[in-house]
Design a protein around this ligand. Structure first.
Ligand SMILES: *[C@@H]1O[C@H](CO)[C@@H](O)[C@H](O)[C@H]1NC(C)=O
Ligand SMILES: *[C@@H]1O[C@H](CO)[C@@H](O)[C@H](O)[C@H]1NC(C)=O
Ligand SMILES: *[C@@H]1O[C@H](CO)[C@@H](O)[C@H](O)[C@H]1NC(C)=O
Length: 261
């Protein structure tokens, strides 16, 4: 399905955000649904960091009931998580004016995501829609060297997630970030996460689909992002999150981002 979303990329931070408003179902502005949506979205900024990086909530009675979730990666300072979620909640309220379902992702100082809908989605695997973006600048190494490092990195991250014994709903349940060495002192950085309401099998499936897509279309380029409602995958030649990024000339170039459907 075609997706419309916003990209804002600041050179040298790796900042990326996406905000698709789904054209599946609509509400009237200032209706009860609108009020409930605002209430549930604005409740996330304090609740997500207070619940270890993942919070699900619902407000109202059917047919005006609104379900929402918010998630930050583990280790994020509460105020940084809260700021990420808050900016997403307001962006959703301001941009998805009549849409009964929408979602938001942002990687800046942390990585966070928000989703809301008129139907309950807790525990359900969603592979579609997905947003895929690559940084198609050429690699300054052989495809073989890169590919070997990339496959090793994503395999290790997948195994780390699979072997995590945490069964609680936290942002850390299905999260991994790791690095791999590349030729010429270059480093490959990776980040993977599923929402913790999924079963381990569904999380693995979601990540595997993303890894497969990446291998098919993006391998050989410098970086890429696969965003799905259930899971997230990103690899880059620079540190992905601003909290540990030093500005250097390998940053994402906004002109070179491409959207693949
Ligand atoms: C929803 O419809 C609007 C108006 O036609 C369009 O601009 C937008 O691309 C659609 N959004 C999605 C997510 O497909
Ligand atoms: C989160 O979802 C679960 C499963 O649907 C539900 O039992 C729980 O009440 C929800 N939590 C909140 C705070 O709404
Ligand atoms: C990204 O983080 C920086 C540093 O905290 C902040 O100044 C900037 O406003 C953030 N950008 C967005 C879009 O939130």
């Amino acid at each position: 399905m075609p997706l419309v979303f916003f990209w804002s990329v600041l050179t040298c931070t790796g900042l990326v955000s996406a905000l698709p408003c789904m054209n599946t179902s609509f509400f009237t502005p200032f209706s009860t649904y609108d009020t409930n949506r605002r209430l549930v979205l604005t409740s996330l900024a304090s609740n997500v960091p207070a619940h270890r990086g993942f919070y699900n909530a619902s407000i109202g009675q059917s047919p005006n009931k609104v379900y929402a979730t918010g998630m930050c990666i583990p280790g994020t300072e509460p105020e940084v998580c809260s700021a990420c979620i808050m900016s997403g909640s307001y962006a959703l309220i301001e941009n998805c004016l009549i849409h009964k379902e929408a979602s938001f992702w942002q990687s800046n100082r942390t990585h966070c995501m928000i989703r809301y809908s008129h139907t309950s989605f807790i525990g359900s695997l969603e592979l579609e829609p997905s947003i895929e973006v690559s940084n198609p600048m050429d690699l300054r190494m052989t495809a073989t060297d890169f590919s070997r490092a990339w496959k090793g990195l994503t395999l290790r991250m997948g195994q780390a997630i699979s072997s995590n014994k945490d069964t609680t709903w936290s942002g850390g349940r299905y999260y991994a970030a790791d690095v791999a060495a590349l030729p010429d002192s270059q480093t490959l950085y990776g980040l993977m996460q599923c929402t913790p309401d999924l079963s381990k099998a569904d999380c693995n499936l979601c990540l595997q689909e993303s890894v497969n897509f990446y291998q098919q279309f993006f391998l050989g380029q410098q970086g890429g992002i696969i965003m799905r409602l259930s899971c997230f995958l990103r690899t880059e030649l620079f540190k992905i999150l601003l909290q540990d990024t030093r500005c250097h000339n390998r940053c994402l170039n906004p002109q070179l981002l491409q959207h693949h459907l």
